[in-house]
Design a protein around this ligand. Structure first.
Ligand SMILES: [Mn+2]
Length: 289
């Protein structure tokens, strides 16, 4: 059987910093609780979205064949501190080179250094998070950098103008307290409020710089079984695609995290992650006319 064509044929032959879009894998799951395995996510996301089955053109008509530079996997360091610093520096480098970075996780902790890196853009950044979990624990099992603390850490960053969480269905008292403390900059659209209206997101100005982080457990486990913490009652791929396609923002980066191939079925979750990244990449390269 012929070898798969990675990522629907969107990648250039060699990594090229002059291309408008960069893709990096972050095979790190050291900050996970409960269940590991998302470190295998990046390689499955590249290969399951096979160019023999999918083509390089997005639903909106952007043909990305050869336009995406795959900069490879950023292997974690010996400690989280080392890994966090390395991910932040390398993301800053891509942003400073004026390419838009797209990342495949890894567990959700990887998003913290990626959002930290947005400070180099020197403008307020709005973060939109699709997730079953608000990740608002001040610390989890003694760790401030757990993947359960992503929202709490992001809200402490001064360059982050707002955090909007969509698909949440696991709020508890400990996290509600953090949510109240940041009420001015935090919007939570729970899964039971979806489908949401565009006006629910009107606090993000048109043309604002937006970073999109997608935890695949935002989706109903029927669509995305391959996650470490599946929670019934999630959003649908169509709802996420509509958000990506219709949002009037300027995307400055995106990640898709928490794909756990050891829990996946027929690569459904890996393909969904790739599809969302691909469609969002298409918003960077809007077709003419
Ligand atoms: Mn989650």
């Amino acid at each position: 059987m012929a070898a798969p064509i990675p990522f629907a044929g969107c990648f250039s032959d060699e990594s090229d910093p002059t291309l408008p879009i960069a893709f990096a894998g972050l095979p790190c799951d050291m900050q996970s609780t409960f269940r590991r395995g998302s470190a295998e996510g990046p390689s499955r996301i590249r290969l399951a979205y096979d160019g023999r089955c999918y083509n390089a053109t997005t639903e909106l008509g952007a043909d990305l064949a050869g336009l995406v530079s795959d900069v490879g996997d950023w292997l974690p360091g010996g400690s989280w501190e080392e890994t966090r610093e390395d991910y932040c520096l390398r993301a800053e480098e891509i942003l400073a080179g004026e390419a838009i970075p797209f990342f495949a996780g890894g567990d959700h902790a990887v998003t913290m250094p990626l959002v930290e890196a947005l400070a180099v853009l020197d403008q307020p950044a709005h973060v939109v998070q699709l997730d079953a979990h608000p990740d608002l624990y001040p610390e989890f099992e003694g760790d401030r950098w757990s993947h359960a603390c992503v929202g709490a850490r992001i809200l402490e960053m001064e360059h982050v103008a707002s955090l909007t969480q969509i698909g949440v269905r696991t709020l508890n008292q400990a996290q509600l307290e953090v949510a109240r403390r940041h009420a001015g900059r935090l919007t939570i659209l729970e899964a039971r409020d979806v489908p949401f209206r565009p006006s629910d997101l009107s606090h993000i100005p048109d043309g604002a710089a937006v970073y999109l982080t997608v935890d695949l457990d935002a989706f109903d486990p029927a669509y995305a079984p391959g996650v470490s913490h599946p929670v019934p009652g999630g959003i649908s791929p169509r709802q996420a695609l509509a958000l990506i396609q219709e949002a009037p923002w300027r995307l400055v980066g995106m990640d898709a995290v928490e794909v756990n191939p050891s829990a996946d079925q027929a690569d459904r979750t890996a393909v969904l992650a790739a599809r969302l990244l691909h469609e969002a990449m298409g918003r960077v390269e809007e077709p003419e006319g």
